[in-house]
Design a protein around this ligand. Structure first.
Ligand code: ADP
Length: 360
């Protein structure tokens, strides 16, 4: 398609010399994902990318955002590249204002006429959202780290003051060990989460035996359950396998089991059940008879650091990252996690994972 044929103006400008885009520019513009517009010397749109039209920056052969047009004219006058930010009401988003990062540059070498100007505009909504999530996360991590570090500093001071009292020193040293363990868990969870978020899907997947995953997760939870008199049981289909990382899946399942144990009254029962629902996947569920989760919190519990009852979570040594790890681990395996819960009666978390192809 020639540059000329892409003109959208309904009005031919017969008296004028046809203006064509410099060679190669048209093909470069066609692969750009941002909104790109080329204006001729009289502010007519010579070419506009689909994005520029979808965002409503261009109508017919006109650039309709006056700020952009003003920038383009300045650039045409002095040949200087300009950058900036422009707020534009986007019809597609119900007229909501969207922020665009813009770059306007002169295009030299136009055939049949100079004065061509290129306008590039990038929607910043997504990058702003990502930046906001990142900032929140850093703030949360700093806050979470401050608590045990502050406690450690305080305990060290207390030990210094109680240096002559061997019994007190022993007691406070034990508390220091607990806080250090809390820090270690937090850092471990952060590393796990960072790894699975950065490397979706699993980099070197292997065949994973579901029975082994269940057995390992149960093993790693057994002591905590025994300490609270909670019975752990495992039922369901055996001999299934998935494709992925066994360690990560065992960590995810252990997170669900530990939660089931710590958010349940003593002497209750926690059951792991493996099912093959016939949709090409395997369901691994963990059901408890615990405190349950209020309906309004169900959507948010998979967010990093979201806790229904922050004091209770901290008291039980929770990092607030357990379910985020489960969610990302399931997603990295092409699966998902869901939850059903009745306050005061119990919760069931279910991980669905695709079965390994040759055994599905
Ligand atoms: P935490 O370290 O706080 O347990 P998680 O990400 O594992 O962090 O869980 C987030 C929150 O979801 C918990 O603080 C708790 O309020 C709630 N929750 C998770 N599992 C259960 C469960 N089995 N029963 C009741 N509440 C739960």
């Amino acid at each position: 398609m020639s540059a000329q044929s892409s003109r959208t103006s309904g009005k031919p400008r017969a008296a004028q010399q046809p203006v064509r885009l410099p060679q190669g520019i048209a093909s470069v513009l066609s692969v750009l994902s941002s909104s790109a517009v080329v204006l001729d010397s009289e502010d007519h749109v010579l070419r506009a990318s689909t994005a520029a039209r979808t965002y409503g920056l261009v109508k017919g052969d006109r650039l309709v955002v006056s700020e952009l047009l003003a920038l383009a004219r300045q650039v045409r006058r002095d040949g200087e590249i300009r950058e900036g930010e422009v707020e534009v009401p986007v019809p597609r988003f119900g007229g909501r204002t969207t922020s665009f990062a813009v770059r306007v540059a002169p295009l030299s070498g136009g055939v049949g006429g100079g004065g061509l100007v290129l306008v590039l505009a990038e929607d910043q909504t997504e990058s702003r959202r990502v930046e906001e999530v990142r900032r929140d996360f850093v703030a949360n991590v700093s806050h979470e780290l401050k608590t045990p570090v502050g406690a450690l500093a305080l305990l060290a001071e207390t030990i210094e003051d109680a240096a002559d009292d061997a019994e007190a020193v022993r007691r406070f040293a034990g508390r220091m060990r607990q806080e250090a363990a809390r820090l270690t868990f937090l850092v471990q969870d952060l590393i796990t989460l960072n790894r699975i978020q950065a490397a979706e899907p699993i980099p070197d997947p292997q065949t994973v035996d579901v029975d082994t995953v269940v057995a390992e997760a149960l093993d790693r939870t057994r002591m905590k359950a025994q300490a609270r008199g909670i019975t752990l049981a495992s039922v369901g289909v055996r001999g299934l396998s998935v494709f992925g990382e066994g360690d990560l899946l065992a960590t995810a399942l252990r997170n669900l089991l530990e939660n089931a144990v710590v958010y349940s009254p003593e002497r209750t029962r926690v059951v792991v059940c493996v099912k093959k629902p016939g949709d090409g996947g395997v369901e691994i569920s963990v059901a408890d008879q615990g405190i349950g989760i209020p309906e309004r919190d169900l959507e948010r519990i998979f967010e990093r650091f979201y806790r229904v009852d922050p004091a209770r979570s901290r008291a039980t040594g929770g990092t607030g990252l357990g379910l985020a790890i489960v969610k990302h681990a399931a997603a990295a395996h092409g699966g998902r996690v869901t939850v059903r819960s009745v306050e005061g009666a119990g919760s069931t978390f279910t991980m669905w994972l695709p079965l390994r192809g040759d055994r599905a």
